[in-house]
Design a protein around this ligand. Structure first.
Ligand code: FHN
Length: 478
């Protein structure tokens, strides 16, 4: 019996040793040629500007805007920009839509004005979506605006118009290109490898063309990079990042582009973020309590207004459509965790926006005009999340409470970190001072405004650090 006990103890010891040494092994740095290039958050002015912008608009505009989700009389509920795939339309047939591409109502200046009035500080434009149609006259393919009845360089017009309004332009670019004969989903043979390397050269050429023709572009947002073919060519993603950064000093690049030596995407095999900011939050947001790790790096989320329509779909009744307050909630949610938010618009084939989108832009603009101080250039505040809404922190250390849920108690609970006290509170956009009562150690009741605002509102807190609570408190002995 004693012998058996000893064997069990020895076995447990050996298992523990082998577990702890394997834990140590996993901690070892994996040597990488194509891993992350930045150490921590970039702090240069271009990145700071990207971060301070906080609110952007996404424009998904391509041939898919013409059928708007319907092919041969059948309406497909899936994302409209994927219609070619849902309806299994061959590329040559799909590209015949180019004959109908004549957006007579397109007015870049109006688009830029709409974005400005909405309070957007930047725009992300689909230069080329998965279908392969280019909004600029690329000399590397015939599938471009130049070969449509429209003929104009629509991308160039947009870059100029948005820049004239002081709005930064970011380029969305899909690497996956359904129109290109050399694109491969995976590399299974030497022939695939040769074709795909021709495709990568074509892509390099298009990217260099974009960077040269439109040098004011501030960011490249890559998409369609999830296929095995790209993961097998992590070197190429590192090369593109370097190439664009050499051509356009200060340019920012999303994590979507990157794969490392082992095909790991977004974060390399050592867990470091690749690219300049994380771009994995599409139509979802990190949990404000459980996912605070995101505050350690820069990130940007993007969101559709219906559940999942990026390009124009003629029937929005097929899924839930977010209200302006729900969209504002998501913008603030992102900023409260140190992220940016990009709200998507899918203009029609004629170049106009649907009325719902115009109304939404106006509603967001109205709110941002009044409360934008709590959004632009703001960051994670470091305060414990409360049910009434979100906190953000301004550049001068002021803390904002953005209240979405009005409590019956008429008291908004604020719990401050150790050593931080709330000195004063005021309602943004008014001269009203708000009553603050310390209720326990590092806990305060902040009164709701005298008159209930009929919209989410912002209370500005004046806080002091290295001070803490004034009362003498004793924790319960339990
Ligand atoms: O497939 C695309 C989709 O159509 C859309 O462009 C979004 C935008 O973030 N990105 C891809 C889906 O992840």
């Amino acid at each position: 019996m004693k012998g058996t006990k000893r064997i069990i103890t020895l076995f447990a010891l050996l298992t523990a040793i082998s577990f702890s040494s394997s834990a140590q092994e996993t901690k070892k740095e994996i040597p990488l040629k194509y891993g992350a290039t930045n150490e921590g958050k970039r702090q240069d002015p271009a990145m700071q500007k990207f971060r301070d912008n906080r609110l952007g608009v996404f424009i998904h505009w391509g041939l898919y805007a013409i059928p708007g989700g319907e092919w041969n009389g059948k309406v497909y509920n899936g994302a409209a920009e994927w219609l070619k795939s849902w309806a299994k339309v061959p590329s040559d047939e799909w590209m015949q839509l180019m004959d109908q591409w004549n957006p007579t109502r397109f007015d870049a200046k109006k688009w830029a004005k709409t974005a400005k009035e909405m309070g957007a500080k930047y725009v992300k434009i689909t230069t080329k979506h998965h279908e392969g149609f280019c909004l600029w006259p690329s000399k590397y393919t015939s599938y471009t605006v130049a070969n449509t009845p429209c003929k104009r360089d629509l991308l160039g017009e947009m870059v100029k118009a948005y820049n004239d309004e002081g709005i930064d332009v970011h380029f969305y670019f899909s690497v996956m290109d359904w129109s290109h004969p050399d694109y491969r989903y995976s590399i299974k043979s030497a022939a695939d490898s040769i074709a795909f390397s021709r495709f990568l050269t074509f892509t390099d050429n298009q990217l260099k063309e974009l960077a040269t023709r439109y040098p004011t572009v501030k960011d490249f947002w890559f998409d369609g990079t999830w296929d095995a073919s790209i993961k097998q060519n992590g070197w190429w993603t590192a090369h593109v990042e370097q190439m664009l950064k050499e051509m356009l000093p200060g340019v920012t690049i999303n994590s979507h582009l990157r794969a490392d030596d082992n095909g790991k995407r977004h974060f390399d095999s050592n867990g470091r973020l690749m690219g300049d900011y994380e771009s994995g939050y599409e139509r979802r947001l990190p949990d404000p309590v459980k996912d605070l790790k995101v505050t350690q790096w820069d990130w940007e989320a993007c969101m559709t207004i219906p559940e999942n329509q990026w390009g124009y779909h003629k029937d929005w009744s097929l899924s839930y459509v977010k209200t302006p307050i729900e969209v504002i909630d998501r913008i603030v949610h992102a900023v409260s965790m140190g992220g940016n938010m990009v709200v998507n618009f899918g203009p029609k084939g004629d170049g106009d926006f649907r009325p719902e989108e115009k109304e939404l832009a106006t509603a967001i603009g109205k709110w941002m005009e009044r409360y934008g101080e709590a959004v632009y250039a703001c960051d994670y505040a470091g305060f414990e999340k409360q049910d009434w809404g979100y906190y953000t922190r301004g550049k001068n250390g002021e803390v904002y409470m953005i209240v979405f849920n009005q409590p019956y108690s008429k008291q908004l609970i604020v719990k401050t970190p150790k050593g931080v006290s709330v000195e004063k509170a005021s309602l943004m956009g008014t001269k009203e001072n708000i009553k603050v009562v310390e209720t326990a150690r590092n806990e305060y009741n902040v009164s709701v405004p005298k008159k209930n605002p009929s919209e989410p509102y912002v209370i500005r807190l004046q806080i002091q650090t290295n001070k803490g609570s004034k009362g003498s408190y004793r924790d319960a002995l339990t």
